[in-house]
Design a binder for this molecule. Structure first.
Ligand code: FPP
Ligand code: MG
Length: 323
């Protein structure tokens, strides 16, 4: 990863990569092959990065102690993406072939289950305590509910902003919140500071998902490693589209396209053009920027300087990212 935001934890994240590869290993060769493919497909490692940064701020920091938790968080994320790609029928992610594209959906679902179980095995003997397990189980419940809500809303052209925010909170913001909070708890941060870091994680998580949704409208397949307009194609109505449905003079045409389960590539292109003609993307960017400004404001004053700067860089990275 070339972005300097995680320079402070660079060596920690290198150790994490080894731990991830170990964790996805299995006596059964195919399972190891799939897990290794998924770990090598990379990713920004934002979740473990946030967790380790938080732990590094606390009085009880020990890399050995935080790594299993950081690896668990990344593996839960990996498993959820494997399942998500099956649900979406996605062929590529992060520029690499998805597990379902290479090995078929059945094998992909089962290998997601395997990784998910390995994620929990990693921390089973760490003695982190019931609170950590409770929060992790809440995380997975919310991820699943978020995905179910999203599924129930597809092809509905809902203009309900609250429902949109609830969905992205469950899908993404809760996850980044928990990464910060649990890193802080295990690192021994003062409870009030751990809470503040959790709120920071939540705010950057909201911004992260909004930016992801914007990129799906703006970017080409080469840039994001997956087809552009994919959300529209799947009937998922995101913030720029909700805005366009409310303000565009072509709102009726947009609604007809996004509610059509049989929309063509040409329809998707037209829907993207309609959204891009409105202030939908600017509207969404403004929301993301507000979340990021708030996130930076609530960072606790007690954080070590290098950790605070890293957290600020993560917020800036989310605001600037184009992939
Ligand atoms: C990606 O978002 C997907 C998620 C953040 C959540 C997926 C969750 C599940 C499938 C349920 C939980 C399952 C387990 C095993 C923990 P996106 O679809 O907006 O992003 P994308 O465009 O990158 O696919
Ligand atoms: Mg998806």
């Amino acid at each position: 990863m070339s972005n300097p935001m995680f320079d402070v934890v660079r060596a920690d994240l290198e150790a994490l990569e080894e731990g991830l590869l170990d964790a996805v290993g299995s006596p059964y060769g195919l399972v190891t092959e799939i897990g290794t493919h998924l770990v090598h497909a990379g990713g920004k490692r934002i979740r473990p990065g946030l967790c380790i940064l938080a732990a590094r701020s606390g009085k009880n920091f020990s890399l050995e102690r935080i790594l299993p938790l950081a690896e668990t968080l990344e593996l839960i994320h990996t498993a959820s993406l494997v399942h998500d790609d099956v649900i979406d029928g996605a062929g590529t992610r992060r520029g690499a072939e998805t597990a379902n594209a290479r090995w078929g959906s059945q094998i992909a679902i089962l290998s997601g289950d395997y990784i998910f179980a390995r994620a929990f095995a990693l921390i089973a003997t760490e003695g982190y305590g019931g609170y950590i397990l409770k929060r992790l189980s809440e995380l997975v419940c919310n991820l699943s509910i978020g995905e179910i809500i999203q599924n129930e809303m597809i092809y509905k052209a809902s203009r309900d902003l609250d429902a949109y925010y609830e969905r992205i909170q469950k899908k993404t913001a809760d996850f980044l919140e928990i990464c910060c909070e649990l890193g802080a708890v295990v690192g021994g941060l003062d409870p009030a500071d751990a809470k503040a870091l959790a709120r920071y994680g939540h705010a950057i998580g909201m911004a992260f998902q909004i930016t992801d949704d914007i990129l799906d409208i703006l970017q080409t397949e080469e840039q994001i490693g997956k087809p552009a307009g994919n959300d529209i194609r799947q009937g998922i109505v995101t913030l720029p589209v909700i805005r366009a449905l409310s303000v565009s003079s072509d709102a009726k045409e947009l609604e007809t396209i996004v509610t059509n389960r049989k929309m063509t590539d040409e329809d998707v292109r037209r829907a993207l053009a309609i959204v891009r003609e409105t202030d939908g993307v600017d509207f969404a960017m403004k929301r993301a920027d507000d979340y990021l400004a708030h996130a930076k404001e609530i960072l606790p004053a007690s954080l070590p300087k290098e950790v605070r700067e890293a957290y600020e860089m993560v917020a800036d990275f989310i605001g600037d990212r184009d992939f």
